[in-house]
Design a protein. Structure first.
Lengths: 308, 253
């Protein structure tokens, strides 16, 4: 048995495999499909203060090697989350990370003060990268000054780990990351979706009701890996959770080699409902075959050959 | 439940133009499936394309086997059409709410490739009448003997059965006896017309809707449609809805 445990700062995960926000609800649907306690952790669908209906359909569209989504942070709001999700999460035996988003810094602060003290909350993921909402989301995560101010405000509210979910739709993701970390973020999650769109040429309309959406899936893996690599190179002591295009155990390992301590599976689970379990199983085999005494040693083990 | 299984293909044969019958081994899914439910079907070779699975309604579940009737309409269905016996394909199911059991005689209105879930219903329920419409005789699926009823056919071009839409058959049927529950599956305009006719006769009407899907089980909210009671997920709140809940003017497929 290989030790698959990893540490994201003070948070210990039994293995590096988490479910990404937005693809897994808060776990109740997929808990009927497999034992979710086997996961390293779950990141819940992003919660906002007030319920959000979500965007005009169609909200999803398949694209080459992936899909677009413009769900629009549809969620029942924090009150329903407390009444329904928290009792469910109390019984879950893997790390529980709650994702939150607000339209203003003060909305983020209010949400965090409500969510952070709850017992089943092991960490909070700060969503500053959703491309499908008009206010908040990505508009926070593209401005380093705003990110800095946000995390400084949030840091004083709780001692629990705060993760910054980063958008790739920026010129310099390292600059954004540094602002978050300097202001108190404990870990970085890279990446959220890329902005994209597609068009129906017979009806002359966009495929998505919201016109643009976020691109996920195998097509974005190279972008995600490049971002993880850049972040780890610039911030070697900051835990990175890699996300983007993971549809196989090899993809997860690539993220870890690039610098990720843990990874998140998102849309990959739609193509294969048992994918996270396959990754966990194959991670162990990889460690055995490649002589890693524990999975944590894979992180950053990227070897850049010499110039000869 | 739902189960993720790699299923063996036990039969595949074309039964109408561009339409084939596919039978898969899936004992646990088959045991639990009820009419109106569906599976998310993957592809024989794992690859990045097509990325998402495809939802297909179950046409029958018997002896540990699931039957599907699939029409080739695009890339994904074309790949599945290439399957042969003993090939393997991943499926995930059973999914969806299924049809509510009829409280009286059931009139099933099938338009085009909306037929499969109603076929499952016809096989399981006792007092049913099946109305089946297609463009022309080439597209009509030859129904297996175990269906338990002989359908009334309508074709747009009159090459088989009555000339006209299947909704005309429905009107005639309800004029004769409106004390029944109507179940419909097919193209959106047909469902809208069916709902209108049923409301005129004050008859219960259940429609099975379609939507692009990603997760298939209610986790991602990608398949949501607007109803009179807010957004509903076609994969888990549906695919079967009471026709009176649907805002037929706003909802487009």
């Amino acid at each position: 048995m290989i030790d698959l445990s990893v540490n994201i700062g003070s948070l210990r995960l039994k293995n590096p495999v988490l479910m990404a926000s937005g693809c897994f609800g808060w776990g109740s649907e997929y808990s009927k499909v497999f034992d979710i306690d086997a996961l390293g952790g779950i990141v819940t669908k992003t919660i906002t203060l007030k319920p959000r209906e979500g965007n005009k359909p169609p909200r999803i569209w398949e694209t080459p090697g992936g899909m677009l989504n413009s769900i629009g942070l549809a969620n029942p709001g924090v009150e329903t989350f407390i009444n329904e999700a928290i009792p469910f999460l109390e019984k879950v035996r893997c790390a529980r990370v709650v994702s939150i988003a607000g339209e203003t810094v003060s909305e983020f602060e209010r949400l965090l003060s409500i969510i952070a003290p709850l017992e089943p909350v092991d960490a909070i993921e700060i969503n500053i990268s959703c491309p499908n909402v008009e206010k908040g989301g990505m508009s926070f995560g593209t401005d380093p000054a705003v990110v800095s101010r946000l995390f400084a405000s949030l840091r004083v509210i709780t001692k629990k780990p705060l993760w910054a979910k980063l958008t790739p739709n920026v010129t310099d993701i390292v600059e954004i990351a540094k602002s978050a970390v300097e202001a108190g973020a404990d870990a970085l999650v890279a990446i959220n979706t890329l902005i994209g769109m597609d068009i129906d040429i017979m009806n002359f309309t966009p495929r998505l009701g919201n016109i643009t959406g976020g691109l996920s899936g195998p097509a974005i893996k190279p972008v995600a890996l490049a971002k993880v690599y850049a972040l780890h190179k610039a911030l070697p002591n900051v835990p990175i959770i890699g996300s983007g295009g993971i549809v196989s155990p090899g993809d997860a390992i690539s993220h870890m080699l690039a610098g990720a301590t843990a990874i998140q599976v998102g849309s990959g689970i739609f193509a294969n409902p048992l994918l996270p379990l396959e990754i966990i199983e194959n991670l162990e085999l990889y460690c055995l075959n490649m002589d890693f005494p524990r999975a944590a040693y894979i992180t950053g083990y990227l070897i850049i050959p010499g110039n000869k | 439940m739902p189960f993720e299984r790699i299923s063996n293909v036990t039969a595949k044969d074309f039964i109408a133009e561009g339409t084939f019958r596919l039978v898969l081994e899936a004992p646990d899914i088959g045991e639990k499936a009820v009419p109106g439910q569906f599976v998310m079907m993957g592809f024989p070779t794992p690859s990045a394309d097509p990325f998402l699975r495809r939802p297909f309604s179950i046409a029958n579940a018997e002896w540990g086997r699931l039957e599907f009737l699939i029409r080739v309409v695009g890339w994904g269905t074309a790949i599945i059409a290439g399957l042969s016996s003993n090939d393997k394909i991943p499926i995930f199911g059973p999914l969806g709410n299924g049809f509510p059991e009829p409280k009286q005689k059931a009139v099933l209105v099938a338009g085009g490739i909306g037929l499969p879930p109603l076929l499952f219903a016809a096989r399981r329920w006792r007092d049913v009448k099946l109305l089946y419409g297609e463009k022309s005789i080439d597209a009509i699926c030859k129904l297996p003997e175990d269906t338990g009823c002989v359908p009334e056919i309508a074709t747009d071009d009159g090459s088989s059965g009555e000339k006209g839409f299947v909704t005309e058959l429905l009107k005639k049927e309800l004029k004769g006896n409106f004390k029944c529950d109507v179940y419909a599956c097919g193209p959106f305009p047909m469902l809208r017309e069916t709902a209108k006719i049923c409301s005129e006769f004050n008859t219960m009407c259940f429609v099975s809707l379609e939507s692009r899907m990603a997760c298939g089980l209610g986790a991602c909210q990608g398949c949501a449609i607007r109803t009179k009671k807010g957004f509903k997920k076609v994969c888990s709140d549906g695919p079967v809805f009471d026709a009176t809940e649907i805002d037929w003017e706003v909802f487009r497929d």
